[in-house]
Design a protein around this ligand. Structure first.
Ligand code: AMP
Ligand code: ZN
Ligand code: FE
Ligand code: FE
Length: 291
């Protein structure tokens, strides 16, 4: 079984529509794929409708959080999308992305970049708007060669000249809310330091004590920029009784990683599905391998 538990579609900052994403996942030979768009579940319905036979969809989201001033991402799986408290928090974060992106456009204009909100809004379409969309506008204008090149202190990196903060969740609240909605939480790429500061291991221990289920260890940028994090995070997970996951964090053409670049052990996947009560994995029409 090949299981990829972290991907993005046009419902946030990926470039594949949810339907294209599940077709690409099947073509890549995956048995299970999780759709985890930033702060939104709006891609789920289309992904379910288009789900090829033999592929199982795990519904999820990647929640934007902040702990002691450090941005971090919390993957949430198989929660009830209708549960009102968690739905409200997702909406707060998602809605705040719009004024925040406008603020970044304003800062770029002050820096002499002729980007407009209309351009960013066109690139984002109806997806949850984020820095990759602003970055793509900068690529269109020839300011930077690639989206990644906009994630520097000169531009959009955390604390960069054109960076603006958005509303984010306290990760302890996120864990509590996701659990109350029947879901499972996995701290995404906890050591991906090329994106800015990371939270200390002591905080991961506190999150574990608060009910965090797992940490994402095998992740393209995390292993590329912090290869030593693999064994270190695995040891920490063993210490704290956390599940260890692997995934691609696929974003279509907006990042270089490919579907299934890293995967999650089937036993870990089984444990995630056993813990979840808010939603079930969706087998593709024709009866794909469910949990
Ligand atoms: P935001 O949620 O709007 O703050 O944007 C953060 C998102 O930008 C992350 O979830 C990634 O998808 C993307 N991102 C962060 N760093 C990079 C990078 N160096 N290159 C490309 N995309 C990145
Ligand atoms: Zn993203
Ligand atoms: Fe992330
Ligand atoms: Fe992601």
């Amino acid at each position: 079984m090949r299981i990829d538990l972290h991907t993005h579609s046009t419902a946030s900052d990926g470039t594949d529509t949810p339907a294209d994403l599940v077709r690409a996942a099947a073509a890549a030979g995956l048995d299970v794929v999780a759709l985890t768009d930033h702060d939104t579940t709006r891609g789920h319905a289309e992904a379910i409708t288009a789900l090829p036979s033999g592929l199982t969809l795990v519904t999820g989201a990647e929640l934007s959080c902040r702990l002691d001033g450090v941005g971090m991402h919390m993957l949430a799986y198989l929660f009830d999308p209708e549960e009102p408290d968690l739905a409200r928090e997702r909406e707060l974060v998602r809605d705040d992305r719009v004024p925040r992106a406008k603020a970044m456009v304003g800062k770029l204009q002050e820096l002499g970049v002729p980007v407009t909100w209309e351009q960013v809004a066109r690139i984002a379409g109806d997806g949850s708007v984020g820095r990759p969309h602003v970055a793509e506008a900068m690529v269109e204008l020839g300011v930077v060669p690639t989206v990644s090149d906009a994630f520097t202190p000169d531009w959009l990196a955390d604390g960069g000249r054109a960076y603006a903060e958005k509303h984010e969740l306290d990760p302890f609240d996120a864990i509590r809310l996701v659990k109350a909605a029947g879901g499972v939480t996995v701290f995404a790429h906890p050591a991906a330091a090329q994106r800015g500061r990371t939270v200390p291991e002591s905080a991961i221990a506190e999150l574990a004590a608060a009910g965090l289920d797992g940490i994402e260890v095998d992740h393209p940028e995390q292993l590329a920029y912090a290869p030593e994090s693999g064994p270190r995070l695995r040891a920490l997970a063993a210490d704290l009784g956390l599940l260890v996951t692997g995934s691609s964090d696929y974003h279509g053409t907006r990042k270089t990683c490919v579907l299934g670049e890293y995967t999650t052990d089937p036993e870990i996947y089984g444990e995630i599905t056993r813990r979840a009560t808010g939603a079930f994995p969706v087998p593709g029409a024709g009866g794909g391998p469910a949990a």
